[in-house]
Design a protein around this ligand. Structure first.
Ligand code: SF4
Ligand code: SF4
Length: 85
């Protein structure tokens, strides 16, 4: 039996849903203003600012595809692409 999921934070182990798998982070370096909001909100410490104050995915292997970075970026400069199921 498949349980319905009503919120993003729900444990995937409670359902038959597969975990999303990261394909890539697309970061628009022209639009990124280096505010660090994405770095601050990432729960897995995937993102950092580089030496030119642009966001980079320093540890993409730790990304859980929660998309908080994408949702919080005020300049729409970061996009999280997941593998199609
Ligand atoms: S939140 Fe957006 S603008 Fe700010 S550092 Fe991250 S990608 Fe750049
Ligand atoms: S999708 Fe979530 S875990 Fe992945 S980089 Fe963005 S905030 Fe971090």
């Amino acid at each position: 039996m498949t349980l319905s999921v009503y919120c993003l934070g729900r444990d995937f182990k409670e359902t038959n849903m597969a975990k999303p798998k990261l394909k890539e982070h697309i970061i628009n370096r022209e639009w990124c203003k280096g505010c660090g909001i994405c770095v601050h909100f990432c729960p897995k410490k995937v993102l950092e600012l580089d030496d030119t104050d642009k966001a980079v995915a320093a540890r993409p292997q730790d990304c859980i595809c929660c998309k908080l970075c994408e949702l919080r970026c005020p300049d729409l400069a970061i996009e999280v692409i997941v593998e199609p199921r």
